[in-house]
Design a protein around this ligand. Structure first.
Ligand code: ADP
Length: 626
């Protein structure tokens, strides 16, 4: 029989599983049961639309069998089953990602990260088993097949005998090692305990033969062992239980199983609405970005149940894009079971549910911001970009809804702050919300323009993400306070006298600036400024497009070569000002060279690249050797 190789990434994952130092090995059972439950869901769902499939809900179940002598655990379901091809694609490759590359390290942290990122599912069987067999018969198919693998060397698939439809997974449990007592997994009590812990809510019975010790009939001290089938789980979906009867840990562990996440969620939200449309929702904000979040493959949406029966895995109509990171489910008895995707889009009930869910998520986030700020900041660091896109998209149609959820780094608080917090701290004379944009907080902090505004005692918001300035522009104002880029020329921090004095100086030197401008045609204007404290030059902008926005826009695929309208400002109080004046009097060609160097300086400070670095370096050499 031919042994087939696993896809490279699957092999890496398998290796990790087989040699896992991950201590929580018992989760293998949770993963396999959850797969079995999905398979039962699928079969039941198929039967609703396919009259040839005859399924009675009460017949659907999951069986577990332990065989101590053979050292096996068998998990069997009578769900949809898999065809030969499905066995191959589902179990031979990692379904979730074709592009994730594993790090070449076996450090514990990464081991766990990888287990977490993938929610490894089926492969977790190899944490406890040296060999795994999957015998499956797909519904409506003639033949059954057996997939078998002893780990990383590969797997085989062959025809098999199986009368009933569904899937049977046989785990050949490893021998005890120094670190792990695998024998435990062959104990009834252990399996009972694990099922109760992770899979209690599974809506299908999980049945196992359990040994009961009873007094022998007619005897007072003689016992006999009786085997009895027992349903190990309570089968009540966790979201149908009263909130007071469910611990936070149970909600979290449900999340981890259901949404294949190794990490606990950052926030759990439970909703039970009675009224016009009744529904229950269990929502989670993950504590990290899903690994495929920024890919086309990521689908937002909540699971949709109609009275406990899954009708859709990812109902995207239930979440606005900006809350697309929220995971969870909604269950309503007011929805029809046979609802189709097209119908859903127009479904009034669904729209009502979606609106109320959106409101709830927002109010929970605001509440978190107020009461557990650190927790909120963590969430914002993970999903803030998404919220900002929410403000920006569709010309700001949702901006009022989201403006209190976004945060920026503050120059005075040295941490993330909200716009509302900024405004509450504004000085009486302060008219604008000041901000500065750049690549990093450190780089912004070094901008000459920033120093000037900071020096006057104002708080500045540091915008480090590409989207940030566009967000500010879409917002336009916050609580009637406009925004002002410290690099724009309308910052307006000087007194009337200072302004007039500067204007006079600029007027007096306008011929000199005209000569300089001949050398640098890209700038709109050259002039003196008194906004710079110690620095000689800076680049400021006029109009809607800032230098940072120019960078962002031009890095986009369909860039239109948009230019910010820039002004070269020279510190009037810096020795360079006098120097320029004296060169203007003696050597106009030399002045042009100075102008070029100063302009290049200003561009470099802004993080812009020079059109002609060679000329710049030659000029510097020429000037210092003079
Ligand atoms: P996931 O469940 O996250 O998709 P798994 O590795 O656990 O990943 O399983 C891969 C796929 O194999 C599943 O998506 C499913 O299609 C299939 N599968 C696993 N177990 C079963 C089962 N008991 N019955 C039918 N299909 C199954």
């Amino acid at each position: 029989m031919e042994t087939k190789q696993f896809k490279a990434e699957s092999k890496r994952l398998l290796d990790l599983m087989i040699n896992s130092i991950y201590t929580n090995k018992e989760i293998f059972l949770r993963e396999l049961i959850s797969n079995a439950s999905d398979a039962l869901d699928k079969l039941y769902y198929n039967s609703l639309t396919n009259s040839k499939i005859d399924v009675k809900k009460e017949d659907l179940k999951i069986n577990i069998e332990i065989n101590k002598t053979k050292r096996t655990i068998t998990i069997e379901d009578n769900g949809v089953g898999m065809t030969k091809e499905e066995l191959e694609t589902n179990l031979g490759t990692i379904a979730q990602s074709g592009s994730f590359s594993f790090k070449e390290s076996n450090e514990k942290k990464e081991d766990i990260d990888i287990i977490g990122n993938f929610g490894v599912g089926f492969y977790s069987a190899f944490m406890v088993a040296k060999k795994v067999e999957v015998i499956s018969k797909k519904v409506e198919e003639e033949k059954a097949y057996k997939w078998s693998s002893s780990g990383a060397e590969g797997y085989t698939i062959q025809e098999a005998n199986k009368e009933t439809e569904g899937t049977k997974i046989i785990l050949y449990i490893k021998e005890n090692s120094e670190e792990e007592k695998y024998d435990d997994f062959l104990e009834e009590y252990k399996i009972q305990e694990i099922v109760k812990k992770y899979s209690d809510y599974i809506r299908y019975p999980i049945i196992m033969e359990v040994t009961r010790r009873e007094l022998k009939e007619g005897s007072k001290d003689e016992y006999i062992d009786k085997k009895e089938e027992e349903t190990l789980n309570s089968m009540i979906p966790i979201w149908k239980k009263d909130k007071k009867d469910v611990s936070n840990e149970e909600y979290e562990s449900f999340y981890m199983t259901k949404f294949a996440d190794f990490e606990k969620p950052a926030k759990t939200i439970f909703l039970s609405i009675e009224g016009g449309i009744s529904y229950k929702a269990l929502l989670y904000i993950p504590s990290h970005l899903p690994y495929d979040y920024y890919t086309k493959e990521y689908e937002k949406g909540l699971q949709l149940y109609s009275n406990g029966v899954l009708i859709m895995d990812k109902c995207k109509e239930l979440l606005p894009d900006y809350f697309g990171f929220v995971k969870g489910l909604v269950d309503s008895q007011d929805l029809s079971l046979n609802i189709s995707r097209e119908m859903l889009q127009h479904d009034r009930q669904l729209k009502v549910i979606a609106k109320s869910i959106e409101k709830k998520i927002k109010s929970e986030l605001l509440n978190l911001l107020k009461t557990e700020r650190e927790e909120y900041e963590k969430i914002f660091k993970t999903f803030g970009t998404q919220l900002k896109f929410g403000v920006y998209n569709n010309f700001g149609i949702n901006k009022d809804n989201l403006k209190d959820l976004i945060m920026f780094y503050s120059s005075t608080e040295k941490k993330l702050v909200t716009l509302s917090e900024y405004v509450s701290r504004m000085k009486e004379s302060q008219e604008k919300i000041y901000y500065a944009a750049g690549e990093t907080i450190d780089k912004i902090d070094m901008l000459p323009q920033v120093e000037g505004v900071k020096d006057k005692g104002y708080e500045i918001l540091y915008l480090t993400e590409n989207i940030d300035e566009f967000v500010i522009q879409v917002l336009g104002s916050y609580n009637e306070k406009g925004f002002s880029n410290v690099s724009a020329n309308d910052v307006n921090l000087e007194s009337k006298e200072e302004k007039e004095k500067l204007q006079r100086k600029n007027e007096e030197n306008k011929d000199m600036f005209a000569v300089m401008k001949e050398a640098i045609t890209e700038v709109q204007e050259i002039r003196f400024t008194n906004r710079l404290k110690n620095h000689p030059v800076c680049l400021t902008t006029e109009g809607a497009i800032s230098v940072e926005m120019e960078k962002v826009l031009n890095s986009m695929p369909n860039n239109q070569n948009i230019k910010a309208q820039t002004i070269l400002e020279i510190n009037e109080n810096h020795p360079i000002a006098e120097k320029l004046k004296s060169i203007y009097a003696s050597d106009k060609e030399l002045l042009k060279k100075y102008a070029k160097v100063l302009y290049s300086d200003a561009k470099l400070i802004e993080g812009l690249s020079l059109d002609n670095p060679t000329e710049f370096s030659n000029l510097i050499c020429e000037l210092i050797t003079k």
